[in-house]
Design a protein. Sequence first.
Lengths: 402, 257, 323
Amino acid sequence: MSEPAVLTEQSACELTLDNLWQTSEGQRVLSCMQCGMCAGTCPYGDVMDYPPRRIIGMLREGQLEEVLKSQSLLNCVACYACMAKCPRGIRLTEVLLPLVKEQTFAQLPEVPAELQKALQNTLRYGNPMGESPRKRIEWIKTAGVPIRIFQQDPRPADVLWFVECYTSYHPRGQDNSRATARLFHALGIDFAILGNEEKCAGECARLLGEAGLFDTLTDYNKVLLQKYRFNRIVTSGAHAYDAFKYQYAPQGFDYEVHHTTPFLFRHLDKLKPKLTKKLNYTVTYHDSCCLGRHNGFYDEPRALLQAIPGVKLVEMTHNRINAICCGGGGGGMWLDTYYKAKGYERLSERRIQEAIATGADVLAVSCPYEVSRFEDALKVFGADKRMKVRDIVELLAESMEA
Amino acid sequence: MNILVLLKMVPDVVEELEVGPDGKSLDTSFLRTILNERDDHALEQALLLKDRLGGKITVLALDAPDMDDVLFTALAKGADRAVKITGAPEGLTTHGAARLCAQAIAGGPGLLPADLVLTGVQALDDLDGLAAPLLAQQLGFAYVGVVTGVTADGPNATVIKEYAGGVRGEFAVRLPAVLGVQAAEKPPRYVPVAKVRAVMKAQKIETVPAPAEAGAALVEVRQMAKPVVSSHAEMLEGSPEEIAGKLCELLAKRGLL
Amino acid sequence: MPANIWVLAEAWRGQISETTLEVLALGREVAGQLGAPLEAVLLGHNAKPLAASLGAADNVLYADHAALADLTPEAGAAALVQLIKERQPQAVLVPSTNLSMDIGALAAAQLQAAFVGGCKDLKADAGTLVAQCVVYGGKLEAAVAATTTPALFGVLPGSRPADAGRSGNVPAVADVAVTLPEAKVKFNRYLEPDAGDVDITQQDVLVAVGRGIQTKDNMELAESLAAALGGAVCGSRPVIDQGWLALSRQVGKSGMQVKPKLYIMLGISGAPEHVEGIKGAQLIVAVNTDATAPVFNVAHYGVVGDALEIAPALTDAVKAKKG
């Protein structure tokens, strides 16, 4: 029941609401026993007119129109809680909900302005911030270690490091990238990045129902990936990891793909002796939805943290499969204003209270969205002096300073 | 209600704009173009009118890089027809392009009669005129610019025009008319990418050859450069907290705190 | 004697606009450079007394017509075109405001003359007028000469100080007749902005927000800063278009002219349409993520950074300082 759902059959891209019942996923949906595990575990389940359970019920009755007219599904932040708990293994977050969301979107009288901007920016500039593609590698100037860009030096590399958007453009994301670069360098990894050619992998757009945008980005990325030679993809983006592993692979773009956190775990033997600086932090780790519930990487991040001298780990009330999403996935990153207008609590604020309650000095994370969301949430509670938010790679790099 | 919407592409200022080697035009190596924002509003206003009153919208544009994407997007949003004028000379100014478009409209395939011609009141790269009044004069239509609202009723339209200080004026306009749109009554709508992709497969952009004579450029650009500023802001650096501290000092010294 | 330089005066709702005086000042300079007379053209109805303010010109041509009260672009253009055809000035300087830009551009279209918009300066160069134009939202400027005579120039507010266009002179005023075609456009009424709780034109401290504020949610950051400083929030056009601020809070071409002691700009690029509303601001501090944003040419102090970080930091610092 707690096994992460693993893709064995049709990719999400091949499924539509029309052909659903002819597929094995459709058979699973038909086998739903309306147990309510999904609705019960959904962090926004109490404010949805149609939580997943009801959506399936109405879908089976051919009454989807009503669901589509309600804007319930805009409240889904694609946190994988429902999918991870479903006793039938229905691929809710990954497959069914995006299909329903796509139709919801098509009928929305007005798309919330912030979300609209993010989607338009992603289509046009390859990143939701709307920054020029030419600024995507600004951060490497201050990385402190050499970083090879395929476009300038197209020799093969062992690792294609797919940096992603927040980690390229957002100041706190750039901290993450610089730390990662230093770690890769220290480990002697032979890597190169796509630089200004890189565009968003588009997984969050896909999860929120913008399949067309995802397809456009995939078309572009497929061409781009074939230009260069590399053995594996390592990405800083947890959602990008999912895109490459579950959406690109069934389309014939089957690369060995890693997220930086489990990737660094595989190199822990080599990394550990370099972690020389004692950090003396009490750290609580927030399991990110993609790495945790969707892919089962619960132990690896913790092992990395515990390898840092002076770090003491404490757990929040909800951890591992039960972790509470930061609210950024599936479009949530750009719907805060919309949620606020409806009077919902931000999930990042709900979660940060648990973090603060542990008394830890540091909240460790492993997904780029989480840093800014949790830092904002700390300010809301006036706790930003007491606790800081750091990605695991930042902590590792900090411990590596001589 | 038969509405024409004239669209054009302008340099995208999100990218760095550099002056080309001739010293009087844009360096095109990294130039990207984007739909003129005021034209996007003109399209939205047309769509709102169609939503409310029914009718048909034709979007019209001079051929340009990335123009097709914009025209397909307009069709996906609800425009009925897209017409692209091909073969026009390069480097037309606003005056030249507007004269050409007016002729294309007058002589074009079923574009007239039109009740309304909507286009942005101005664009970032206008140098020798504004498109809307040029079109109005050439077509012999009524004209109002800086428009932020339109309703229509039979042979007349009620048009809202902006002045300064938040004051607006309401005008009764005898159709047909050209309106220079400043802002639509609502921000431009979103259309899912899948819908645009579907439109690209299912619908076609019509093309018409450009009329032989384009309008001349009525200006000569002697030089183009980054603004020479007599003063530039004194820049403050540091962390947000450090900057805040410095600003507070400044403000306190001037008795503003 | 070279042909005249004209300034199209704006008489709107019973007043000559400040921009008219600025353009008169510029016109005076240009006419002087060319050795040409400077005339002001005043279009209106029962508005002749207003001509007295136009003393910076050598004389005033006043056209009175019922249709020129609350004039439509068509009426204004028709009158201007007639006068230009009769009297053949070499250039007409038109205030680049929502009111007059329309008239100037339509008149130019009817005359097949250039309408050179976005002029921040104008001068004679070997007998030809060359305009310094703001293009691409202020990111670049172009030196532009018109190839038609007459040529019309749309002059941005702020080209010269209004005071330089004020004069104690009482100009000679000539009544000129215009016949206007049957109107296709008729003025109905003015729509006043909602009173709103705050008159931003009277505030000493304003915190202005632009696109860089990103979401309605983040407006709180501006509100907090304004409250800490004892001021009010205003905005550039995109923020008003989105409905995050009332029309009465808009600063710029279609909004208010403000003269605060302190004007803090958060996430505003500095395009001319906004900047023209803050000519009277005494101390301007701008925050923008783009180091090349034109706003840094206007501000006294600048920060290349994220307004969403700077604003709260500044709010905290101000509160701490005030105690």
